[in-house]
Design a protein around this ligand. Structure first.
Ligand code: ARG
Length: 512
């Protein structure tokens, strides 16, 4: 394994991996023409890792009838990456969209609709501006006591399955999901809707269980779980008898642990909800729902700010629509592309035929990568200029590096499959450096899995592309005296970049 080992008087030990070891390990990682981590991950695992073979990721989870905001975008991108990481390891992964379809907002909306759309049931209007509907209803709710009182009654009626209320509720759900789905489609993200209302019928039995275990206390007329660590309890039944966010989450975690038998559950929301989830996990453990080795993980994240470091809002102070955000980014990407195309040959121009789709892909990839590359716990500033920069640490840069690798094989007119059969021979420092970086991949992947720190994957991928660029610029690949080995090294790098690129979801559509 080692070519040389040195110990210095200061206490440092320097080892140099042997060329033979690096070459053999690279080939071991690249089996059947693809990067295979299963062996490595099993070797790296320790007894605390548990056996995660049924994972559930609760992410995105916007609220019905409200606009999805940048916080939800962050949850969507991070959550999707986490799913992809497990899916890469062939782990069964539930992608759950725990939409807020059961909050008190529905009483308010139903009340508003009954007043303003008396014929709603006969002809359901186009509900294409739910945000303004929500805002108008909220305005009345905050200013009109009578309206507030009636809204609360409607909320109770809905929870008691009143047919008329359920009709409106359903229409609002459908309209909202249609909007969400448009965005998921652009982002190429798959999610299963299992919203708060799904757990509604399961709440009474779960509360009974908890009562029998003496885990609940009364605060006034409300039924609560008071954690040992946080002041704010979980409100499992409000004083008016209704159930809310805390109740559905409690029934939800019970269902996920005891019915779905998930052995790793991951919640992806902003850090503001960390104490809510810590309390929920504490309750699930006290209730003995969490079997040995089962993992409950909260993946929190910081805020997305505007370029001035302030809250991300429109000029008039309302939340920015995600779809507008993507549209603007797409326009900018298109401008950059049009500029690039000018100098291309006719032959090359044909790759840019579908420029609108290409610009959208570029923009989405750029947004996703920019999000993923931030340490999730820190706030970051949203900046189109930074995310679309071809030369910086951006998704766009990585896409260019990848297409350069593709073009090597195109120019050589060689099938990657034929390359992988031969031997590797790493002769200079650029080849060795690239080889060593590739060998760091299993450990990096394992670290990410253990800590849910996806930015490490972006960091790794960026370093891979820069190490590759140094190799590419200093070593003659085609027609050089080490052609076969160098092409094989390119093939491994390309395949690895394809893996990490997919996990950090930067290039989300399959292209030729
Ligand atoms: N709907 C919530 C929000 O917008 C997020 C839900 C997260 N998931 C959960 N199981 N509580 O803040």
């Amino acid at each position: 394994m080692f070519e040389d080992i040195k110990a210095s008087a200061q206490g440092f030990i320097t080892v140099k991996l042997s060329k033979d070891y690096i070459e053999k390990s690279l080939l071991k990682l690249f089996q059947n023409n693809k990067i295979d981590l299963s062996v490595n991950i099993n070797e790296l695992k320790d007894e605390n890792d548990g056996n995660c073979d049924n994972v559930l990721v609760d992410f995105s989870s916007p609220n019905i009838a409200k606009e999805m905001h940048v916080g939800h975008l962050r949850s969507t991108i991070l959550g999707d990456s986490i799913c992809r990481i497990f899916e890469f390891l062939n782990v069964h992964t539930h992608r759950i969209n725990h939409v807020g379809d059961w909050g008190t907002q529905f009483g308010m909306l139903i009340n508003y609709i009954n007043i303003h759309y008396p014929k709603f049931k006969e002809k359901v209007p186009e509900l294409n501006n739910l945000t303004s509907l929500y805002q108008s209803a909220k305005k009345m709710y905050d200013s009109d006591k009578e309206f507030e009182k009636n809204s609360k009654e409607y909320a109770i009626k809905l929870q008691n399955d009143d047919e008329d209320c359920k009709f409106i509720w359903n229409a609002l759900n459908n309209a909202s999901k249609k909007e969400f789905d448009k965005l998921y489609k652009i982002l190429n993200i798959k999610l299963d809707y299992v919203g708060e209302s799904f757990y509604k019928s399961k709440i009474p039995a779960v509360l009974k269980m908890l009562k029998e275990k003496n885990l609940l206390t009364n605060i006034g007329d409300a039924l609560c779980y008071q954690s040992t660590k946080f002041k704010v309890p979980l409100f499992l039944q409000k004083s008016n008898g209704t159930y809310g966010y805390d109740s559905t989450d409690t029934a939800g975690i019970h269902y996920r642990l005891q019915v779905i038998n998930a052995n790793c559950i991951i919640y992806v929301t902003d850090n503001g909800q960390s104490s809510h989830f810590e309390t929920l996990f504490e309750l699930a453990k006290k209730a003995e729902w969490v079997k040995e080795g089962v993992k409950l993980i909260f993946v929190g994240f910081g805020l997305v700010l505007n370029e001035d470091g302030k809250k991300f809002k429109t000029r008039s102070g309302t939340t920015i629509k995600l779809i507008n955000l993507i549209n603007e980014g797409t326009d900018r990407a298109k401008k950059d592309l049009l500029e690039k195309i000018k100098s291309k040959s006719d032959e090359e121009k044909k790759y840019f035929e579908d420029i609108d789709k290409l610009s959208e892909d570029l923009c989405v990839s750029a947004i996703k990568y920019f999000d993923i590359k931030q340490h999730r716990n820190t706030d970051y500033k949203f900046s189109y200029d930074n995310m679309l920069n071809v030369k910086g640490n951006t998704g766009v840069y990585i896409i260019y590096a990848y297409s350069r690798m593709c073009s090597i094989f195109r120019k050589a007119n060689i099938n990657v499959d034929d390359i992988s059969k031969g031997e590797l021979n790493l002769i200079n420092q650029y080849e060795i450096k690239l080889g060593l970086h590739i060998l760091k991949f299993p450990d990096t992947f394992y670290f990410i899995l253990k800590n849910m720190l996806i930015h490490k994957l972006a960091e790794y991928t960026y370093d891979l592309t820069t190490t590759f660029t140094a190799f590419y610029e200093n070593c003659k690949i085609l027609g050089g005296d080490n052609e076969h080995s160098r092409l094989l090294l390119c093939a491994i790098t390309k395949s690895l970049l394809k893996v990490s690129r997919k996990q950090i979801v930067i290039f989300h559509v399959t292209r030729k």
